[in-house]
Ligand binder design. Structure first.
Ligand SMILES: [Mg+2]
Length: 256
């Protein structure tokens, strides 16, 4: 097997679980760094900024600089730039989304918007949803950072951004463009940021329905790790298999 020239790596369930690093996550990234293999952490989480995510990883001893992180918020802001530079945006979200929109030169506004973009917002209100609906009805481009309908937490499955977005879809009768995994939009941006092609880049993730399908949709090789959402028990019935799978990341170290 020819070693891969770059890696796209999921975070939650792959590098850490909550605030705890997963076994061998640090060793995995250390080996990539030692071999000068570029890597990009790719997360559907829209809430946090690149700096916040890099700080969390560094705190766990996992090497990461802000430019090693691509979130759905950044990908959304870049996508908007391709449609309309300096767009007037109505956004529902947290720090990560507002930070990304401003960094890409967009303006945050409450009316006459070019774009409505929805990300995870734990302070969501009826007024925010209403405003988003009105702007979409008035013709604004409707984007959503990701379609995840649930978020696994210690309490169980809580509503994810896809569930929040569905209120606006149902109310307006319009479907959004989803940016995050499993859509290939964000994979194209990841490859562009790494400067490598899909044939020589490996996608690593724990969630079959987002990570692995994103890789498959983008035509990339995939490495599935059973430390997160998708259990090994599901493997036999997966319609399209990942290229490789491991129980823990140490099993892959000899291939880096
Ligand atoms: Mg994950």
């Amino acid at each position: 097997m020819t070693p891969y020239q770059a890696y796209v790596i999921d975070l939650d369930g792959t590098m850490y679980r909550g605030d705890e690093p997963l076994p061998f996550a640090r060793a995995f990234v250390d080996k990539l760094a030692a071999k000068h293999i570029p890597y990009l952490f790719l997360t559907n989480n829209s809430s946090r900024t690149q700096e916040q995510i890099a700080a969390k990883l560094e705190h766990m001893g996992i090497r990461c600089r802000p430019e090693n992180v691509l979130t759905t918020s950044i990908a959304a802001a870049i996508f908007i730039n391709q449609q309309k530079p300096g767009a007037r945006c109505y956004a529902i979200g947290e720090d990560g989304l507002f930070d990304a929109l401003k960094k890409e030169g967009h303006r945050i506004a409450g009316d006459h918007c070019d774009v409505v973009v929805i990300g995870m917002d734990r302070d969501l209100t009826y007024e925010k949803l209403s405003r988003a609906c009105l702007e979409v009805q008035n013709g604004a481009l409707f984007l959503s950072t990701n379609g995840d309908v649930t978020i696994p937490t210690e309490r169980g499955l809580e509503p994810g951004n896809g569930a929040l977005t569905s209120v606006i879809s149902v109310s307006t009768g319009k479907d959004p463009i989803f940016i995050g995994k499993p859509e290939s939009l964000i994979m194209d941006q990841a490859l562009k940021q790494l400067g490598t092609d899909k044939a020589s880049t490996l996608l690593v993730g724990d969630n079959y329905d987002t990570d692995i399908l994103a890789g498959i949709h983008a035509g990339m090789d995939t490495l599935m790790v059973f430390t997160g959402v998708t259990p090994y028990e599901r493997y036999p019935s997966l319609p399209e298999k990942p290229t490789y799978y491991v129980n823990q990341l140490n099993e892959w170290l000899p291939h880096i």
